[in-house]
Design a protein around this ligand. Structure first.
Ligand SMILES: Cc1ncc(COP(=O)(O)O)c(C=O)c1O
Length: 418
């Protein structure tokens, strides 16, 4: 039985939620004209209502100005990313010059590895979390392969057998055991399958004590938790923008490259990474744009970026501090009412400490998780299921309410008693 009192949490919410975002800034899926309870923003964020106007605006400019939109639009396309980089840097605690929005997440993992993974002599191995999101392991493995290392040159940081969570002591032990062989560390910031938020500052400090570079996949952390990647001295990071950041299905990825690495020149280049002064000279010389912009490859897809712009504007309006404060309350409330169910049919696998998790709770089902998931769906509740038995639920402070959490637990209650 939980000793957290849901009632107390409700009160806290009412006191603090006055100027928090309203769900009416977003469009919800519906069934039979009735809004579904959407708790799946960790997978695909909802559409901001302002996204449509943002896209239509760029379509109109394309219609009216065509190629001249690059330089003559009210927000010229050649500078379109500028305000997005501004807002994104604020969200993750980076300098604006350390951010570039481009490509997709997996593509960016490859491009960042091209610049940061430098196998040298005995130092060929990459330390990563395991299980990791499959795309991350495919990307790391393929780099090992094409750079002449062995595909098996991966060292895995795994959940501790006693606690069930990733422990920093185990991480340090792995570095100590393999310090002569590790070339790079690349891990998640917030784990996609158990919802554990890693202590990114501490992990980075440890890696640097052993002179090892460290990068993070922040797919589940960006827009979800407070990040200070610049001050934490993280070497590099990347994330997608379609989860908490509501940029739309398959929306572009983002990269962070710490200022201390802006002198690097051996990374993969494209014409859009050329400084603006030289970009249109069409010469073979590459004069890098300043900072992370030098890593940009291509002409950015304006229509695809328009929904992300709309969403970042909403984030910018409220700020991460306020959103995270509401998020902690929502998730604590969800946890408290789930614990009240006291069912042997599931267990919460996410850390109890609010500082060691984001919005998402991962439920480990004892029986067939898929059956439970499908029954919950019948109550117009959208969560997600990961094989073999994990159901992930994430109240997003931008558009979810305490009532959404309550409706989910009621549906789960009916389902597990059925
Ligand atoms: C942790 C993590 N890494 C990588 C990916 C792959 O992202 P993409 O399909 O944008 O390359 C995802 C997608 O959900 C993810 O959650």
């Amino acid at each position: 039985m939980s000793n957290i009192k849901p009632v107390k949490i409700w009160k806290l919410d009412l006191d603090q939620a006055d100027d928090l975002p309203a769900s009416d800034s977003f469009l919800f899926p519906e069934v039979g004209g009735k809004r579904k309870t959407y708790l799946c923003g960790h997978s695909l964020g909802l559409q901001p209502k302002s996204a449509k106007a943002s896209v239509e605006n760029e379509l109109k400019i394309w219609h009216e100005l065509a190629v001249e939109g690059h330089f003559k639009a009210p927000s010229p396309w050649v500078h379109y990313l500028d305000p997005l980089h501004d807002m994104m840097s604020g969200l993750v605690g980076a300098l604006k010059s350390e951010i570039v929005i481009m490509n997709s997440l997996t593509a960016n993992i490859h491009f960042l590895l091209a610049g940061f993974y430098k196998p040298n002599g005995m130092q060929t191995k990459i330390l990563m979390d395991s299980p990791a999101f499959p795309s991350d392991i495919y990307a790391l493995r393929s780099h090992l392969k094409v750079r002449g290392a062995s595909e098996g040159d991966l060292i895995f940081w795994q959940p501790n057998a006693q606690t069930g969570f990733f422990e920093i002591d185990d991480f340090e032990q792995l570095i100590r055991d393999h310090q002569q062989e590790i070339s790079l560390i690349f891990i998640a910031g917030l784990h996609y399958l158990n919802g554990q938020l890693f202590d990114i500052a501490k992990l980075t400090k440890l890696a640097h004590q052993y002179d090892i570079l460290i990068g993070f996949d922040l797919a589940h952390a960006a827009g979800n938790v407070i990040l200070n990647v610049h001050d934490w001295q993280v070497d590099f990071a990347c994330w997608c923008t379609y989860k908490y950041l509501n940029g739309g299905p398959g929306s572009l990825g983002a990269c962070f490259i710490h200022k201390k690495h802006h002198h690097l020149s051996d990374f993969f280049q494209g014409w859009w990474g050329n400084s603006l002064e030289n970009r249109f000279d069409m010469k073979p010389d590459f004069t890098p744009a300043s900072g992370a912009l030098a890593w940009q490859l291509s002409n950015p897809p304006i229509i695809a970026l328009a929904p992300l712009k709309a969403s970042l504007e909403i984030y910018h309006q409220y700020g991460m501090q306020k959103l995270r404060a509401k998020s902690k309350l929502l998730t604590a409330y969800l946890e408290a009412i789930l614990l009240e169910l006291e069912s042997a049919k599931f267990e919460i696998k996410t850390p109890k400490d609010p500082e060691a998790r984001g919005a998402m709770l991962c439920l480990h089902c004892k029986d067939e998780g898929k059956d439970i998931f499908e029954l919950i769906e019948q109550h117009s509740i959208v969560v997600d299921y990961r094989k073999p038995n994990t159901i992930r639920v994430a109240p997003n402070p931008l558009y979810n309410s305490f009532n959404d959490c309550y409706l989910f637990t009621q549906a789960l209650k009916i389902t597990i008693k059925a």
